[in-house]
Design a protein around this ligand. Sequence first.
Ligand code: TYM
Length: 326
Amino acid sequence: MKRVFSGVQPTGNIHLGNYLGALKQFVELQNDHECIYCIVDEHAITVPQDPKELRKHILDVAALYMAIGIDPKKSIIFVQSQVSGHAELGWILCCNSYTGELSRMTQFKAKSGGKESVGTGLLTYPVLMAADILLYDTDVVPVGNDQKQHIELTRDIAIRVNNKYGDTFVVPDGRFMKAGARIMALDDPEQKMSKSAENIHSRISLLDEDSKIKKSIMRATTDSDGEIRFDPENKPGVSNLLNIYSALTGKTVEEILAGQSWRGYGDLKKELVAVTQEALAPIKQNYNEIRESEELIRVLKDGAERANAIAEPVMKRVRDKFGLGI
Ligand code: TYM
């Protein structure tokens, strides 16, 4: 069985982009892969976090993982900081990466743009991500399109180390969804949907109430020609709505448009509201039960132990290759 690893930052507001780009595939993969799903709290602190909020968000994301259908009997669910190999391997890989390649990452450029002094953690964020992946001899990494460059860097670092020290790491592949890989902001379809955008109507969070879902979709930015067709370049707003529809239902855009009698964007939006509310209802219901249950902590403790059991032999291999320790 191929091994899958992926992670989500515990920063609140997990949204439809996270779900359709990444989380939904996590569930699909667990039936025929060995899956490891992480809550990457060490990545979260690359920007300032309130400690109390961070602890809360870690459990929120763990509960969401289970609420969408990740089954802790099939998959490992754990918190990054509970397996020390992530930080240790992160450091070793930092010593095998270059500031040039890191400062070329689009996400780093976006977060550091215009600032005179930038946190080191923001620059080395993708190296820690490479460590997460390589620590488990991962074959497949399901992520959204925005992580493509980070996966490429992970592959580059793995190949570089293998060339220098002999076979050390498995070189992983990214896995990207067709429809959900890049969900755009509802208020500005030129930008990706993000957790941090100021306008709450730019995104739909997985736990949003039905009334909020309706409001955000009904006021989504479209265009003025009134024609419903999939054309991301010329009609990014409408295409984004169709994309969300497609990713939520599993239907292709052609299947969605065939046999529709929608007279305008309003009709499309109304139906998308219903589709979204229906898709998120069971997640919300499961979430509330799981978030309050004592099982959550047990799952995370057990997950950390199982993750560590896989990571430790890999770390031993790495230390031996590099000549670290005695
Ligand atoms: P995070 O928490 O920012 O995002 C979690 C996942 O959601 C995807 N995503 C999107 N997909 C489609 N459309 C969007 N608008 C959208 N916004 C976010 C992201 O691609 C991601 O898959 N760096 C990772 C966290 C990470 C990780 C790892 C992932 C740390 N270590 C190791 C995989 C393997 C991130 O972006 O998290």
